[in-house]
Design a protein around this ligand. Structure first.
Ligand code: ZN
Length: 220
């Protein structure tokens, strides 16, 4: 949680923040597993966007103890419907690549590809092309990112409701509360038990949350 909060503060734009969150998570995972000392850690920013988006949802669920939720308003009756973007709800990612002709095709872009292309479609095509001759349409067909319309129906009147959303900013906005929540937890535990910052931050997230609940319950 502390590493995620730091990654969010360092990232300059949404994509860089998302890359920071993925890398902080991978590093905290790797610190608990024995590895050969010259074994390089795979960079999660090189994962296809469809895999990386789903990983962000999983990290959100792990860090906050609940899946990402999006609330949409019904155009017909004004009622609010909350969609839960759990890993089950968004479904699995299927690895895809497009072959246009023998030796010509494209692979699914990664966050690193998107960051390097800086919004330039031509640059993205060049990075993700295999051979020459693939088009942006080919890349559009194979990218499995979780952005685009969220479709559901209103809980009140049953009318279809939809919204154009991208999972990355939604996850980042929700994770942005992490820094504030961590500060609160550190404050409560330091004030209650007199522990130092490092000891509190290294507690497992779930255990720290339980201790804060206990400490808050003891307050007069
Ligand atoms: Zn409605």
């Amino acid at each position: 949680m502390a590493a995620l909060a730091e990654a969010l503060e360092l990232g300059v734009d949404a994509l860089q923040q998302a890359i920071g969150v993925l890398r902080a998570h991978a590093a905290s995972r790797a610190s608990g597993t024995p590895r050969a000392k010259d074994e390089a850690l795979p960079d999660p920013a090189e994962l296809p966007v469809g895999v990386a988006d789903r990983l962000l949802l999983a990290i959100h669920e792990e860090a906050l103890g609940r899946p990402l939720e999006v609330t949409l308003e019904c155009d017909a009756c004004g009622e609010l419907t909350t969609l839960v973007l759990s890993q089950d709800a968004v479904g699995e990612h299927w690895p895809r690549s497009a072959w246009c002709a023998p030796g010509v095709g494209a692979r699914e872009p990664s966050y690193l590809d998107l960051a390097a292309a800086r919004g330039d479609a031509g640059a993205l095509l060049e990075r993700c092309s295999i051979g020459t001759g693939a088009t942006l349409e080919d890349i559009g067909r194979i990218e499995g990112s979780l952005c685009g319309p969220l479709v559901s129906s209103c809980i009140e009147c049953g009318d279809p409701i939809f919204d154009d959303r991208d999972v990355v900013p939604l996850v980042l906005a929700s994770l942005a509360h992490i820094g504030a929540e961590l500060d609160y937890q550190v404050h409560v535990l330091a004030a209650t038990y007199g522990w130092d910052l490092a000891s509190i931050e290294t507690l497992p997230d779930a255990r720290r949350r339980r201790l804060v609940d206990l400490a808050a319950g003891m307050a007069p």
